[in-house]
Design a protein around this ligand. Structure first.
Ligand code: NAD
Ligand code: MG
Length: 389
């Protein structure tokens, strides 16, 4: 909080989530070099207050305005500023008192505050992939204009980013995004049709928020990551490949024009890419468990099953068409995943909703920011009408 300190000041947007809480663990272990400046949460006021009392930020935001009084009262004996509501997220994102935004809100909701931070030229440690899926061209353009470095936190993109250090002059031939395959790897539609929420929420390798866990089970997560990679690394669709790698040890690979492939490996633990992004360009010594190759005599690679996991094909189509298509895909997916989590629709219906919404919403080749917001809204309404919700 003190403006004279040389510590990196970090704003965690989405501090109560899976990424947010792991980021706080990382900061707890690096108190000499990092401090928390802003924390935000949507509904979990109790955890937000607990975090604020421990890390003593300058400001907190609770998204759900009905919880404002709880937070304000609980922090009354501190000088922590308390804000509430969606617009407050943008307000605090514009503060000049922090250095790095960890963008760890889930979904489209992360776009506006992240754009605000980009406009301030902040360093962005980006977990919220939906920001780039929805409006990647505008976000990357603004990042260049404002000299705002975007450092990926998503493990695959962090892996590629790490493989590219020292390779600025060397063109990429292609990238190979690894996917665990999720809990239903090898399953067919006759099995998937009966899958229930609780089963889909059990991921074999990663412990994550509900939305991304369902996206991992449907493989939409990998589809979103293809689009995220296009913008982060300035790639053409044909340069992006997906391979199933069930052990999640190789986090992704880059193939250069001489045919050489670099891969980044490690145990599946999001604290690593979070710490890398917060510490960049340095690597910070830690005591996280180390990868022991003797426990992994075999690493497997498989083709994804595009016939069963049709979301991958839909995301590839959105990647190739560009324009507002990825934004529409994302909006329909967010609504459909929400409905699945509420037991309103079946597992395979998620794909059907996305497909029908993509077919229904008018294509815009070069949308403005407002047109992205409008496409998001239209797609949400259309998807909801399909499900009668
Ligand atoms: P999560 O659901 O665990 O946490 C989401 C956070 O965002 C919470 O703090 C919540 O309060 C906040 N939030 C939710 N809705 C909001 C809204 N409408 N407005 C403002 N804040 C809101 O999610 P997560 O798993 O931590 O994922 C966060 C982001 O990171 C996602 O975009 C996800 O794709 C990405 N990501 C997560 C992981 C992981 O391991 N969890 C890995 C890679 C990428
Ligand atoms: Mg990922």
């Amino acid at each position: 909080m003190s403006s004279t300190s040389s510590k990196k000041k970090i704003a965690i947007f989405g501090s109560t989530g899976s990424i947010g809480t792991q980021a706080l663990e990382v900061i707890r272990g690096n108190g000499d070099d990092m401090e928390v400046e802003i924390l935000t949460a949507q509904t979990n006021d109790e955890l937000l207050v607990k975090q604020a009392l421990e890390f003593n930020p300058n400001a907190v935001v609770i998204g759900d305005e009905t919880k404002y009084n709880n937070v304000k009262t609980a922090l009354a004996s501190t000088d922590i500023k308390v804000f509430a509501g969606e617009e407050a997220l943008e307000e605090v994102a514009a503060f000049d008192t922090y250095d790095i935004m960890l963008a760890a809100i889930v979904g489209f909701a992360g776009l506006k505050p992240t754009l605000k931070a980009v406009e301030q030229g902040k360093v962005i440690a980006l977990a919220n992939k939906e920001t780039l899926v929805v409006a990647g061209d505008i976000v990357m353009q603004k990042a260049i204009e404002n000299k705002s470095p975007i450092i990926p936190v998503d493990s695959e993109h962090s892996a590629i980013f790490q493989c590219l250090v020292g390779e600025a002059r060397n063109p990429i031939e292609k990238i190979i995004l690894t996917a665990s395959g999720g809990p239903f790897f090898g399953k067919k539609p006759n099995f998937l049709v009966n899958v229930k929420r609780d089963h889909a929420l059990q991921h074999p390798n990663w412990n994550m928020g509900a939305k991304i866990t369902i996206d991992s089970a449907t493989l939409m997560n990998k589809g979103l990551e293809m689009i995220e990679a296009k913008w982060l690394f300035n790639l053409q669709p044909h340069q992006i490949e997906v391979v199933i790698h069930p052990q999640s040890i190789i986090h992704s690979m880059v193939q250069f024009e001489d045919g050489s492939i670099k891969a980044q490996m490690g145990l599946p633990d999001m604290k690593l890419p979070i710490q890398y992004a917060l510490g960049f360009p340095g690597r910070i010594k830690n005591e996280f468990p180390r990868f022991n190759y003797k426990k992994y005599p075999v690493l497997n690679f498989d083709e994804p099953d595009y016939r069963t996991f049709r979301n991958l094909g839909l995301a590839t189509e959105a990647l190739q068409r560009g324009g507002n298509c990825p934004c529409v895909l994302n909006a329909a997916n967010e609504i459909a995943v929400w409905a699945f989590l509420k037991n309103r629709i079946g597992f395979l219906d998620i794909t059907a909703v996305v497909e029908k919404t993509m077919a229904a919403i008018a294509f815009i080749e070069k949308p403005s920011l407002q047109e992205y917001f409008d496409s998001d809204g239209e797609a949400r309404n259309f998807a909801a009408s399909l499900m009668k919700i």
